[in-house]
Design a protein around this ligand. Structure first.
Ligand code: GLN
Length: 229
């Protein structure tokens, strides 16, 4: 369903990540190339990013489609960051349509996006979820268990709901963490930094597909893949 991306590396403008590539998140919001569930991502969008001198991330989210946010398009070329998480949303049937239901969710230093769906009734009760949307409840669970336990938490939730799709993408300013569980994810490792994205934002042959059911960790030292089952 949704499409998300993250960047860790040399600071670059939010426009260069979200708006400018030929198959950017902006384009993916109406014409995703690899989306398996849903066709357009018009139920809101969000970006979270870390800036020097701030302890936590800054966020810009909206319940509107990304293409209907001209104010963001105006400021995005002058907002630079070396650690970013962004997402465009295609709401799961029955889920609330509101800004607080849009990724990235946040807790302390962490940002987190969920591409997928989960039966809310299998999730243990959580406090401080930002919305009643399944992704916000899942984010609150992941935050409460701690990001170190991300792989374990995903396996537990998948065992409780075998139909769950659990592609998660998180960042704390110094690292990215991601899981693949039921949907696509690609990685681009360059000299300037590393991108993870639900689908490549251009046709650079250096993009590689992350296999399903894996945990991905990205630090300034590189990318590590660990099987989840
Ligand atoms: N289930 C979440 C929602 O409704 C995420 C959907 C998605 O991945 N498209 O927002």
């Amino acid at each position: 369903m949704c499409r998300h991306l993250a960047w860790l590396g040399r600071p670059r403008s939010l426009a260069s990540l979200v708006l400018e590539p030929p198959s950017s998140l902006l384009v993916q919001s109406w014409a995703p190339r690899r989306q398996r569930y849903g066709t357009v991502n018009a139920d809101g969008w969000g970006v979270g990013f870390f800036a020097p001198g701030r302890s936590g991330p800054a966020r810009w989210r909206s319940a509107r489609p990304l293409w209907a946010d001209p104010s963001f398009a105006s400021v995005a070329p002058v907002l630079d960051s070396g650690c970013v998480v962004a997402a465009v949303r295609s709401a799961t049937v029955g889920m609330p349509l509101e800004e607080s239901a849009v990724a990235p969710f946040t807790d302390g230093r962490w940002l987190l996006s969920h591409n997928g769906r989960v039966d809310r009734s299998v999730l243990p009760p959580v406090r401080d979820a930002e919305s009643t949307v399944d992704s916000a409840l899942l984010a609150a669970l992941v935050f409460s268990r701690g990001l170190r336990a991300l792989g374990t938490t995903v396996r537990e939730v998948a065992a409780a709901d075998p139909d769950a799709r659990l592609n998660l993408l998180a960042a704390d300013g110094t690292r990215l963490l991601a899981t693949t569980w039921g949907d696509t994810l690609s990685a681009l490792v360059t000299a300037e930094g590393t991108a993870l994205a639900s689908e490549p934002w251009d046709d650079d042959p250096a993009w590689t597909d992350v296999p399903d059911r894996h945990l991905v960790e990205v630090t300034p030292d590189g990318l590590t893949l660990t099987p989840l089952d």
